[in-house]
Design a protein around this ligand. Structure first.
Ligand code: THU
Length: 395
């Protein structure tokens, strides 16, 4: 395998990136060959498409201000991160970890390196389309069949230093299924899939560097990749968070609520108005969304014998189950509290009976909200699985 860095002029907003790369190749006397893979840095793609934002023009909202304080970040940048991501799952001072279209991104894919001072580079609008467009242009110019990968840098958990990751590709198959192949001792490999595109970006990054090298693209020749057939799926495959070894083992909600269940929160707030709480005066409403789309809401119902009171969440759940629903997507709970209200232990126990992936949106009437799965709210819970393993013989 051979790698050729393509040195170019500094990429500017509005540049024709294919043109910039072709000019760089010409200057260095580089020509594309059939089967070449061109890795191009995401910062170059985003910059060329004009995704550079002057932070002084961004007005942060309340949530951005709050999260910026929590994670020690610029509130304007946080505003862009919220807009760019589907979910913020946590963070450390200076960086938040986000999920966007099923992939993990630091800071929602928004980058301040390789951007002018006071500016950030946004995530490209559609990296898959950019890869396809670049491939089309370069194939036309060279009359060769190539692959294009839009690459970015990442760190592995607990490791210092960046490796490469493919954000999108075109013309090649990004992940090769090696299941069924044999290991050194003849045993079949069970779950091995080779992230070919990621590996190629890592190789390219050895040449590309991370800073002012001025090499936004690398040609890889002789890479053992499979060129995609016409119509073949070239999207980078992902797995759900609960199946991911890293994210699945770090269940640590609640997370800031970023929308998606506003109607459910409203229904919970409406149910709260029907609360029967003459003893505590603490009004709570809950609404549970079944997988079939049905919503059941309830309020807390107190009793002179205080232990006989029932919480809103359990009342909503009981209502839903007795109407025939067994599978749930989410439950919203609302109270007139300073902080979003969280379900009590008994309610968590009742909810986990129906699945640890049910989302719980904890809210207050002021509009603050947080979200967590039931599993995050009740780690190491006692469930039917615990019963199945049976009592030990020891006692
Ligand atoms: N309560 C709920 O309905 N849900 C919660 O998550 C917390 C507590 C109710 C029970 C009781 O009626 C009142 O709030 C005070 O404990």
């Amino acid at each position: 395998m051979e790698l050729f860095g393509v040195e170019t002029d500094l990429v500017r907003p509005g540049d024709d990136l294919a043109e910039v790369i072709l000019r760089g190749m010409e200057k260095a006397g580089l020509r594309l060959a059939d089967g070449d893979v061109l890795v191009v840095a995401v910062s170059a793609v985003a910059t060329a498409e004009g995704g550079i934002v002057d932070l002084s023009l961004v007005t942060p909202g309340d949530q951005a201000r709050e999260l910026a304080e929590m994670y020690d970040k610029d509130a304007r940048e946080m505003e862009l991160i919220i807009r760019s991501s589907d979910r913020i799952i946590g963070g450390i001072p200076g960086v938040v970890l986000t999920i966007k279209d099923g992939f993990l991104y630091p800071n929602g894919g928004i980058d301040h390196s390789n951007a002018p001072p006071g500016h950030v580079v946004l995530f490209p609008r559609d990296p898959g389309r950019s890869a396809a467009e670049l491939r089309k242009r370069l194939e036309e110019a060279s009359d060769k069949r190539i692959g294009v990968i839009v690459g970015d840098s990442r760190t592995h958990p607990l490791r210092l230093g960046c490796v490469g990751v493919a954000l999108a590709c075109d013309g090649i198959v990004p992940v090769e299924d090696a299941r069924g192949q044999k290991d050194l001792f003849g045993r079949p490999l069970m779950i091995t899939r080779k992230a070919v595109a990621d590996n190629l970006v890592s190789a390219a990054e050895v040449v590309m560097g991370e800073g002012d090298e001025g090499i936004p693209a690398v040609i890889i020749r002789g890479a053992p990749v499979r060129l995609a057939d016409d119509g073949e799926d070239m999207r980078i495959p992902n797995i759900p968070p609960e199946e991911c070894m890293y994210i699945g083992s770090l269940r640590c909600g609640p997370h800031p609520y970023q929308g998606g269940y506003d109607r459910l929160i409203e229904e919970a707030a409406e149910a709260m108005e029907r609360s029967y709480a003459p003893y505590s005066g603490f009004r709570v409403g809950a609404a549970i969304l079944a997988r079939d789309g049905k919503v059941y809401s309830a309020a807390n119902v107190e009793n002179a014998s205080s232990g006989a009171s029932i919480c809103a969440e359990r009342a909503a759940l009981a209502k839903a189950v007795s109407e025939g629903s067994r599978e749930f997507e989410a439950l919203a709970v609302v109270a007139e509290t300073e902080e979003p209200v969280a379900p009590c232990g008994i309610c968590r126990q009742n909810l986990i009976e129906f699945g640890d992936e049910i989302k719980v949106i904890m809210a207050n009437v002021r509009g603050d909200a947080e979200i967590a799965t039931v599993g995050e709210l009740l780690p190491r819970g006692f469930t039917r699985r615990s019963l199945m393993t049976g009592p030990s013989d020891g006692i």
